[in-house]
Design a binder for this molecule. Sequence first.
Ligand SMILES: NC(=O)c1ccc[n+]([C@@H]2O[C@H](COP(=O)([O-])OP(=O)(O)OC[C@H]3O[C@@H](n4cnc5c(N)ncnc54)[C@H](O)[C@@H]3O)[C@@H](O)[C@H]2O)c1
Length: 442
Amino acid sequence: MSGSLTRPTSIAPATGKLGILTPGLGAVATTFMAGVESIRRGHTKPIGSLTQMATIRLGKRTEHRSPLIKDFVPLAGLSDIVFGAWDPIGDDAYTAAKKAGVLSSDHLEPLKDFLSAITPMSAAFEARFVTRLLGVNNVKTGPTYRDIAEQLRADMRKFKADNGCDRLVIVWCASTEAFIQPGPQHQTLASFEKALDENDPAIAPSMLYAYAALMEKVPFCNGAPNLTVDLPCMLQLAHDNGVPVSGKDFKTGQTWMKTVIAPGLKARMLGLAGWYSTNILGNRDGEVLDDPASFKTKEESKLSVLHNILQPDVYPELYKDFSHVVRINYYPPRGDNKEGWDNIDIVGWMGYPMQIKVNFLCRDSILAAPIVLDLALFSDFAQRAGMKGIQEWLSFYYKSPMVAPGLQPEHDLFIQQTKLKNTLRFLMGEEQITHLGLEYYT
Ligand SMILES: NC(=O)c1ccc[n+]([C@@H]2O[C@H](COP(=O)([O-])OP(=O)(O)OC[C@H]3O[C@@H](n4cnc5c(N)ncnc54)[C@H](O)[C@@H]3O)[C@@H](O)[C@H]2O)c1
């Protein structure tokens, strides 16, 4: 069921407008939208975005061919993007961005007209999945979950028509929902649709967006750790309807660091005794994650990374039973400026212990915004190239990459990067790069 990868005979061009819709118009979504507009006006550079700034080497090193990815792959241009959102809080993007407190007024005020015009559509929302949200005033109502999902589908069609869009893509930028396990309701499309009609409590709002998107053949990227599209019924629908999906949970601050440092330790066969990670953050996401049920969803997403990279089953002498603790504390004075501390107890030659300390003063939404852009542009490209189902080559952007049942996700950032670039080379009919140095033999 994983994303199919046969070389396309042709890739549809990125003509016309691309609508990027975000469930959630909070810190990440508004920072993303404001940033793209700022770049379009020439006020800033797309720092952090591979689609806009990265190059890709093609052929042998001696050929000196390293175009920008955006010149190599037919991606939608920034000028062709139109933004839309849903949020249970009715604030427009300017008001929401001001409240989020990520961007300074120097950046926001010149964009006031543009951001004020982005008003959220009413959300599919239930407080039992996000308990710590205040000011909810913009929520859909209907007799059944099926009815709400149909309203979301109508929103998508209306947005597309009103804005003259050729294509849509959806990136989940809404709050992390309370932890749930997949149940029988999520196994097949028939059981899911039955659950929609019966208002089954195992249906979370994010699943309504995912279902509606897939029914409308709109690619769906999941920036939070909720299950959402990571369910057998959704994968079935994605395949049936030819839609690319990816998730889960944007890989930004601390986990991104983990997926950089842990492969380095393993590459040098250095042991790990323990990794203690703690964070303080004061944005709304931090407030939502202060609820143990939402934190559990996040914790599950963060904990699996190290085991997966270090493979304690393959290297028991180095990585068996290391202790891994992750804490997130809501601390309002910091706003969106998260501070993370990592204490890493490593083990070297003859068992001597050493420590690495990382103190990362990061800005969560500043790190997440370019990821939203890249995911949207690459997912739109994937659909035009005929790809469907899970897009494992986009694992680079996620804390808990979705994989086909029975497979382990790849967490190592550098393997993920190679996979991403080799997928682009493959799709565009270029040789994949192995870094094999055959010149030693010639
Ligand atoms: N910023 C990062 O570095 C980062 C990294 C990984 C994941 N994430 C995830 O991205 C998401 C957004 O983060 P943020 O900092 O923008 O949070 P935020 O709280 O500022 O914004 C989330 C928005 O989603 C809205 N919302 C809640 N339920 C909704 C629903 N059912 N439909 C539509 N909107 C809904 C909320 O009203 C809020 O405006 C969170 O789930 C967060 O865990 C963020």
